[in-house]
Write a protein that binds this ligand. Sequence first.
Ligand SMILES: Cc1cc2nc3c(=O)[nH]c(=O)nc-3n(C[C@H](O)[C@H](O)[C@H](O)COP(=O)(O)OP(=O)(O)OC[C@H]3O[C@@H](n4cnc5c(N)ncnc54)[C@H](O)[C@@H]3O)c2cc1C
Length: 422
Amino acid sequence: MANIVILGAGLGGLPMAYEMKDLARKEDRVIVVSDKDYYHFVPSNPWVAVDWRKREDISVPLEVPLSKRKIDLKVGTVSRVEPEKNQLVFEEGDTLNYDHLIIATGPKLAFDEIEGLGPEGFTESVCHIDHAEPAREKWKQFCEKPGPIVVGAVQMASCFGPAYEFAFIMDADLRKRKIRDQVPMTFVTSEPYIGHLGLGGVGDSKAMLESELRKHHMDWICNAKIEKVEDGLMHVLECDENGEEKKRHELPFNYSMMLPAFTGIDAVKNVEGLVNPRGFILIDDHQCNPTYRNIWGIGVAVAIAPPKATPVPTGVPKTGFMIESMVTATAHNIRARLNGDEEKAKATWNAVCLADMGDTGLAFVAMPQIPPRNVNWMKGGKWVHLAKIAFEKYFLHKIRSGVSEPVYEKMLMKSLGITKLK
Ligand SMILES: Cc1cc2nc3c(=O)[nH]c(=O)nc-3n(C[C@H](O)[C@H](O)[C@H](O)COP(=O)(O)OP(=O)(O)OC[C@H]3O[C@@H](n4cnc5c(N)ncnc54)[C@H](O)[C@@H]3O)c2cc1C
């Protein structure tokens, strides 16, 4: 009998629990550990922030689907992972032992790396439902008294898609309210060019996203480092291609959302051999940590090196399709180990994404994620917005019903007509 512990109940952790339960032996125990007693669908948070969704629309209490699948749940915040003891230590002081540990904790949001950034400073966040809700209250106040918006992603950010999404979603909401004419918008990003996305661009993403920003009357600043944020004022250093100072900007704003840099969570920071200097889990080709061979990593928590250094540092996004393939590979590899076999399954490092733009959208496929690629494709249209809504419903259905079928693979790839290109 093995204790298989999944730390984190997010977009990676819950599907991991379902797939692991399918593949584990009858006598094995699958345990989910989460600091929240609910799941929430992170990609819908930008919609919560403009009041197009409520918390209850996008969250699922964990108890029911997990007990239905006979998966144990421990709600608590892990303060330390102790690989030498095969143990998790909780904030409350209690411990949990594991035979296999899958770390699926997503990111720690590094607002503290920039003075004045984030919900405790002067900018909003859509990374968590607990941030998107106060961002919505601010949004309502802003719409009463509109003014300039600054939106984008800071230095060391890796998740650029949601910054573009939120810019276009705000634009769509302001147009609906007929107050867009009172709101100058500036997109500020550490990317070397619009549409880089931490991926060196995908298809025509540069031209397409520049064109969309122009069509939606948004200015932009690339190669941007945020020096500090004050109440209603962002201090931005625009750099040249060598990362040296090109121009300083002081951007006034009445509303701002900036995607922060991500790091690994505190519970794993500085654990020698487990993490890189930013606290991301080191993994081999089979999702397994090279030092601690019973620890596995999936999702945003894992370390991926950027394809090419950018003048202002950026990271590589870890998106749903890729996370799903990490989940499947990990479940098969753990089962192989339980059988006494060698792990062989590998995740497919592909990026497939639907980026919502409020009433239209952009879809992209990067296979593999790092160029040069076999498939390098981006297309836009209203169908992407509708596909994203359908996808949200389908994914939440999967979480509620506890089924382990790979949703990204089944739905996203099929809707894009690219199932044969895997
Ligand atoms: C705003 C936003 C929009 C996005 N939109 C898309 C999209 O449209 N398409 C796409 O493909 N990707 C998207 N992504 C990227 C990615 O798919 C998501 O970030 C996804 O949620 C990552 O999944 P994860 O399982 O790695 O982390 P998460 O979903 O963040 O889950 C982490 C889990 O770990 C738990 N946890 C953390 N620390 C502890 C601790 N110490 N103890 C116990 N539990 C802990 C958390 O509570 C959470 O349950 C988006 C990201 C963001 C931020």
